[in-house]
Design a protein around this ligand. Sequence first.
Ligand code: ADP
Length: 211
Amino acid sequence: MVRTIELNKRQEQILQIVKDNGPITGEHIADQLNLTRATLRPDLAILTMAGFLDARPRVGYFYTGKSGTQLLTENLQKIFVREYQSIPVVVNENVSVYDAIVSMFLEDVGTLFVVDQNSLLVGVLSRKDLLRASIGKQELASLPVNIIMTRMPNITICERDDLLIEVAKKLIDKQIDALPVVKKTERGFEVIGRVTKTNIAKAFVALGEDM
Ligand code: ADP
C-alpha cells in the first residue's frame, strides 16, 4: 500500500477538518463541507487507504498524524525479497565461457550464478566478465567459467526474508546489477532466486500505484 499520493483540494479540506475535530463521523465531515456523505465516500476511502486517516466503527475518523513520507518509509520496511525475486539462472563451474554466453542470451538475463557439482554457489558472471574474456585471445569454448568468474567468498548474497530496500542498498554500494537469493545449508549456499535492478524497479512502481 502506498501513501505518497497527491491530495486534491477536497481531500486536503477533509484532512484539516479531521485534524481539528477528530474523531468525527463521515456525516459531520460532510455537513461541514455542505456535501452529502455519498459524495465524500471516495475521498474518505482514499485518505483511509493511504493511511492519513483511520476509521473506527461508531467513533469516526481520526487523523493518524503520519506524513506521506513517514508512511512510505513504513511501507518500504514491509517489502521483502521473497515478494519480488525472480528465478535464478545458474551454470556449472565447468561450463565454457562460450556456453555461458549462449545461456545468457537464451535465458535473457544479465547475470549468471555459478554452482559446483553439489549445486552450491561458487561464483557470479556478469555481462562484462564475459565480454572481457571474449576480448582476449583465449579459446572461449575451452575456457571454463571458473577461471574468469567473481568467486566466493566475495559474492554479495541475500535471503528471501531480507528487506528489498536492503538489497537495493547493496546493489548500489557494490555497484552490481544482481544478487543471488540463497538458502544457507551446512554445505554452503543453495541458489534459490535472483534480485536484479529490474525487480527493484518493479517494487518501486508497485509502491507508487498500489493505493
Ligand atoms: P556488468 O559487469 O555487466 O556491468 P555488474 O555490475 O553486475 O555487471 O558486475 C560487475 C562486477 O561485479 C563483475 O565482475 C561481476 O562478476 C561482479 N558481480 C556481479 N554480481 C555480484 C555479486 N552479487 N557479488 C559479487 N560480485 C558480483
